[in-house]
Design a protein around this ligand. Structure first.
Ligand SMILES: Cc1cc2nc3c(=O)[nH]c(=O)nc-3n(C[C@H](O)[C@H](O)[C@H](O)COP(=O)(O)O)c2cc1C
Length: 191
């Protein structure tokens, strides 16, 4: 672990009053302790994305540029109707190439399922985007009231342990894939 990983956290929810703000803050707080992680937080709401699918829109180019800078991703997602939010699918459908040949890990939340059904659906979609998804998920079942506005978490030990394990694996993939992408651009085999 010598090369820093440029890690982007992507918001899965754009809902007004979303819990996602607190969960993202918790992840960012935890990762602030890692000297070898350069963190970016990508919130689709900041981009003023078009309502319709429009690849040549300036906001889509701006989003693509941010995603391109990342070596690895954590998607923080809730579960909506036994899957992941439509707003996240829209983002994934807008931008394709910046995902290629990169690893993705998940932090999920929801009711009894802890958002795991959302994650399993995401794995299928992310395979189509030529990513590698990390086996682990940091999952929160019924986390209502556990997250403070500033991203503090009640009873954090188990979640922290799961995050540490997941980050080690994400970092492993990132360190393996970054030089591979540089020596042989994924574009040459993606089409
Ligand atoms: C449209 C919708 C559908 C939902 N469906 C599920 C579900 O299938 N399973 C579940 O565990 N929670 C479900 N929930 C509860 C969400 O997991 C919970 O509201 C969570 O806080 C949503 O994340 P957000 O506040 O960051 O948007 C649903 C919530 C919404 C708004």
């Amino acid at each position: 672990m010598t090369e820093p990983t440029r890690l982007a956290i992507l918001y899965g929810s754009t809902r007004k009053g979303r819990l996602c703000d607190r969960v993202v803050k918790w992840v960012a707080r935890e990762l602030a302790h890692y000297p070898l992680i350069e963190l970016d937080i990508i919130d689709p709401l900041e981009f003023d994305l078009p309502v319709h699918h429009e690849g040549e829109h300036p906001a889509v180019h701006a989003l693509a540029a941010r995603l391109s800078e990342a070596d690895a991703f954590i998607i923080v997602t809730p579960e909506y109707n036994h899957s992941f939010p439509a707003a996240l699918k829209f983002v994934l459908d807008l931008v394709n190439e910046p995902w290629h040949g990169k690893p993705v890990a998940f932090v999920s939340y929801g009711g009894i399922s802890g958002g795991l059904r959302a994650v399993e659906h995401l794995r299928v979609v992310l395979a189509e985007l030529h990513t590698v998804t990390v086996r682990d998920t940091v999952s929160f079942a019924n986390p209502w009231g556990r997250f403070g506005e500033d991203g503090t978490l009640d009873n954090p030990i188990e979640a922290r342990q799961a995050l540490v394990r997941m980050i080690a694996r994400l970092h492993w993939w990132s360190a393996a894939l970054k030089p591979a992408r540089l020596s042989r651009p994924y574009r040459s085999i993606a089409a």
